[in-house]
Structure formats: C-alpha cells, structure tokens
Write a protein that binds this ligand. Sequence first.
Ligand code: ZN
Length: 420
Amino acid sequence: MTNHSFFGGLRSRLMALAFTVVAAGLPAADPAVLLKDPAVQSLLEVVRRNEPDTMALLVRLTEIPAPPFKEEARAAVLRQLFEQHGLKNVFIDRAGNVVGTRPGAQPRPNVVVSAHLDTVFPEGTDVTVKHDGSRLKAPGIGDDTRGLAELISVLRVLQETKTPTTGTITFVATVGEEGLGDLRGVKELFDHTLKDQVDMFISIDGGGTGTITAFGVGSYRYRVTFKGPGGHSYGAFGLVNPIHALGRAAAVIADIQVPASPKTTFNIGRIGGGTSVNSIPFEAWMEIDMRSPDPVPLGAVREQILAAVDTAVKAENARWPKGAITADVQLVGDRPPGQTSADTALVQGAQGVIRALGGVPVIRASSTDANYPMKLGIPAITVGTGGISRDAHSLDESYEPVDSWKGPQHTLLLLLSLTR
Ligand SMILES: [Zn+2]
C-alpha cells in the first residue's frame, strides 16, 4: 500500500517541518522501556483476556446500522458505553460525534483517540453478522466498527485497572468520515467542540497493526452541471448542446498531466444527462474526483479541471448560433491533504510501539479523519485495528480476528507512552 517514491517528493519539506514540530512536540515515554514494567505487561494481558468480549461487542455494534448522515442509533449506544465505562463529561456534539473524557493528573497533553461511526452502506442494507469459517462477514464490520470496539476495549482496561495517567485521554466516535460525509464530524470536533484543546489525534481505522498513516491524501470532488435551453434534435438544430460541452471538457481533462510522485490523480467517475435520443438536452452533469497528499499538485490539477470546464463552455457557445451554455460548478467534497512529521512524539511513539511489540512499522498515505487535524498542524495519525480486514466498502466485507487483541494492545501502549 505504501508508495515509497512519494517520500522523495516530500522529503525536503518534511525536513524543514521537523524542526518546528520537534520544538512543539511533547516527550513520550519510550514504549520499549514501558513494556518492561510488569504493571504495563499485565494491562496488555487483560486486553488479550478481554478480546472475546471485544469481539462480541463488535458483532453487537455492527448490527446497529450507521448509514451516511444517519449515525444516531449507533452514537446513542457509544454514548452509553462511554458512560458505563466511567468517562467524564460524555456528550454528543452538534455534528453527532460522541465525546467523553478520561482526565489525567493534568489537562494537557490531551490525546484524542477515535474511530468513526458511519459506514458507506445505505439504509436498509442487511448488517446481520454471518460466520464464515474464522471470518465474520457483514457490511461495515471492519471499516470501522472494529475501531469502535477497540476504543471500548482500551477504555475498559484503563478503567478496570484504575491506571492513572498524567495527560488526559479524550475518547471520540466521529460521524461523517466516509464519502460525502466529507469529514464533517472531525471538522466540527476541531473547529468547535474541542477547538484548541487537542494536542494529538489518533484515529483507529483499517486492519493490521504495522502501519501508521502519517500522510493524509487530500481530495476535492466536484459536480459540474452544464445547462442549455434544450430543444428538438431536428427542429432546433443550431442550438448549443450541454452534452457536447461536457464531452469537450472531458476530452481536455483526460489529457491533464499529473506528477507520479507525490501520486496525484483525477477521475471523472459519473456522467449523466439528456432526455431522449431526438432531443437536444437541457442538462448534462459529471462528477470528478482528484487526489494528492501534497496541496500544490492537488491545487494545480483542480485549476486545470476548472479551466477545462470554462474553455468547454466558451467553445460550445462559439460553435453554435443559438442559445448559451452555462456551467454550475459545485464543490461536493473537500478533504485537505496533510502530514505529520516523522519527528513528532506521536509518530515516534507509534513506531516505537510497533517495534516493541515485535513488528516493523510502515508509514503510509491514506485519506482518513486524521487529514483534518494534520491540516491544522496538530500531530495526527491513523493506526490499525488489529486482525485482518477485507473487502471494505463492499457487501462482502469481512473481519478475521487473527491476533486481533494486538490492535487494542498497540493503541493502549501508545496512549500510555504519550500520557504517562
Ligand atoms: Zn474507515
């Protein structure tokens, strides 16, 4: 999954960033040293022992539907769980995020650990969990219901063992991570709910335990609608045609050149319009997605796409004597790109945890809730849930709990190293 070549493109910028972030970074307890502490070892043992309960909770949560923009039922249960497990000041914010605090001896550093409530599946999808050998199958089970179950596993062991921390840990279940949810939960969290109160952000999302998402792939999504008067294909011939205009734009977009490193992409994913073969359409639309972990090429590809739309409108209007095409350009997705420096306490700590627990850390780029705090300059990463997640976003989605307790063990050790 990791695109190594893309490091080359960002290295110099990262080097420059490293100094400022180190100065602001908070020292972490070395996870390898922590792991030698018998008290910490016994916490990790409890996590492992609790794993059957964590899996049972995973099944329970998976079977509560959480379609995009309809996460309330699942949020209500998370709120209950947060309260049952002793979090303070538990509430649901304006966007629908569930928030609860585990105060440390000091309010700072405040580390947020979170997973997302929403799935990509529409209302009415069968979310019954089915057993298929050692796999559990259900839409949303891995992405990101397993992350929610892991949040509770970590919280439970901290509470049951009354483990004190110096720093504060805030547990959050976010809304709107997927698709057109457009990170609305995490945006609300950092712009309002916990504005200026968060020092580090950890999102649990995606399988395994060896990867750290420290680069946020940003994206813009547009829906462009070309409009004209429309008319009979024979009788009104000579009129501007919105589908022809769309075709002109698509042809120019198809030839846009983008850098291979950092990987920058564009795609016209859907088109539509027209009413019949013998009508000049009054409307045609297309949906375009563009992505990059670097804001510069991302901005450049956006400019070229918007210019292509403009040029297409002018060309179509110049071609025909009658009518005029207009283009309605609507931004329907805006995920900022970002990165967290390898020299921050957070990335250092996460790498140290993976090594201490016997793995080899891999830094990668992805698009997750961590994108938004990264953009704000708040150290943020996304870590794995443990186990094996397959076929996310498909009806065949499954989760196989191979050494799944390692997920919460990693997250717990990381939280301890950051807040001890
Ligand atoms: Zn996810």
